[in-house]
Ligand binder design. Structure first.
Ligand SMILES: [Zn+2]
Length: 251
């Protein structure tokens, strides 16, 4: 690997493929553990150029570099319990976009999330948790009472909803992110992680992440380049098959 200055960021679709491929290796038990040796460490002592910004739940089972088979310098990682947004989170994500031009921002939720479960319990009982945990729960509540949820929704349905809403809120609240999404330079995606089998399931994307069938070399893929201008007002949504009926707009 050459100097960091020689590196060019991949397109959003290429970045997603790298994350998806790494997760597939992790699922199959054939992780390569890339970029974790002393030469990589030495190279990065002069700077960083992460290709992904991953904003996930702080759950100890959700270590981004492990579940996407990444190494040092690959991902700029931001975590809070229940992937709750606050100003420091938005600033951190904006920093990744401004400073490193990271082409993909992933919101990462997971099944059986304790923070989302606490928000569901608070919604059902009216009892709020103590201390600053209340602050977390309050910010998750809109996702657990969303009209788009099915009756008697499972907590995992709520996590999917919360992951989508969080991804949309980042784009809505940050001009830096929304401008980058509008230009096609950045995709904001939502991923639901399955704790038992390790699989990362795409539940939201601000744009089509399909790579073209024919190689196009460096730069943006045709799919990315042909994004509609209206993406800022109404991002294109990619659902998992089981979520094709759900409305992403219920708040
Ligand atoms: Zn969690």
């Amino acid at each position: 690997m050459g100097s960091l200055k020689d590196q060019v960021q991949p397109s959003p679709a290429q970045a997603w493929k790298r994350l998806k491929d790494g997760n597939q290796r992790f699922v199959e038990g054939i992780s390569e553990h890339p970029n974790q040796d002393s030469s990589r460490r030495t190279l990065l002592s002069g700077g960083q150029f992460p290709f992904a910004c991953i904003f996930g739940c702080g759950d100890s089972r959700l270590a981004a570099e492990i579940i996407f088979d990444l190494g040092l310098g690959d991902a700029f990682v931001v975590r809070t319990a229940g992937q709750v947004i606050e100003n420091g989170v938005l600033g951190s994500i904006e920093y990744a976009v401004e400073e490193f031009k990271t082409p993909i921002i992933m919101v990462l939720g997971h099944d059986s999330c304790g923070a989302v479960t606490a928000a569901r319990n608070a919604a059902q009982t009216g009892d709020m948790p103590p201390g600053f945990i209340r602050n977390l729960v309050e910010r998750i509540l809109p996702s657990v009472i969303a009209p788009s949820l099915p009756p008697h929704a499972h907590v995992n349905d709520m996590v999917r909803e919360h992951t989508r809403q969080t991804a949309m809120r980042i784009t809505e609240q940050s001009h830096i992110v929304s401008d980058a999404v509008l230009s096609g330079e950045v995709a904001v995606i939502g991923v639901f992680y399955h704790l038992r089998d390790g699989k990362a399931e795409l539940v939201f994307s601000s744009q089509d992440l399909t790579l073209p069938n024919t190689p196009t070399g460096e730069g943006q893929s045709p799919t990315t380049a042909s994004l509609p201008v209206s993406v800022k007002q109404q991002p294109r949504i990619v659902f998992a098959e089981t979520w094709g009926e759900a409305s992403p707009w219920g708040l």
